[in-house]
Design a protein. Structure first.
Length: 132
C-alpha cells in the first residue's frame, strides 16, 4: 500500500564526526479512495541496515497535505527520513531500507501493521567551500 518514489540516501560527515544519512522522497499511497493519511496512519518507522550489519534508526516525517491530487489510484506526500551513525570512512555503497507502517481505518484487530524493504543506494556527499 505504501512505497517511496526515490530511495537514494545521501551521506554527510558532520562536524562532530558522525555520519548523517538523509532521504527526501515522496510517500506514494496506493488506494482506491481518498482519505486523510494523518488521520489513519497509526505508526511509521524506518531503519537503514548498512552492508556491515549496522542498523541505523531513522526519524521520519511527511507532509499532511498531498503533494499531488489523487490520480491513478495514488496519493503522494513529501517524505523525509534521517539518522546518524558512527563510521570510520564513507564510500558509495548500498543498504537495506525498511519502512514499517500501520494504517488503520476502523481499529479492527485484522488491520495489521505492514512493512516493505528495498535495497537503496548510499551516496557520499561532501561540502567543499572555496575561499574568495
Amino acid at each position: 500500500m505504501l512505497r517511496l518514489s526515490d530511495t537514494s540516501i545521501r551521506m554527510y560527515r558532520k562536524k562532530n564526526g558522525l555520519v548523517s544519512f538523509r532521504l527526501k522522497s515522496y510517500l506514494l499511497v496506493h488506494t482506491d479512495v481518498i482519505f486523510n493519511l494523518n488521520a489513519y496512519l497509526r505508526n511509521l518507522t524506518c531503519q537503514l541496515t548498512l552492508s556491515s550489519g549496522l542498523v541505523v534508526p531513522m526519524d521520519t516525517s511527511y507532509t499532511i497535505r498531498t503533494q499531488a491530487e489523487y490520480v491513478m489510484e495514488t496519493m503522494a506526500h513529501l517524505f523525509w527520513a534521517s539518522g546518524e551513525a558512527e563510521l570510520e570512512s564513507m564510500c558509495n555503497s548500498v543498504g537495506k531500507l525498511r519502512l514499517d507502517y500501520h494504517i488503520s481505518f476502523t481499529g479492527h484487530p485484522d488491520e495489521n501493521p505492514d512493512f516493505f524493504e528495498t535495497i537503496v543506494p548510499l551516496v557520499v556527499r561532501t561540502r567543499k567551500y572555496k575561499r574568495l
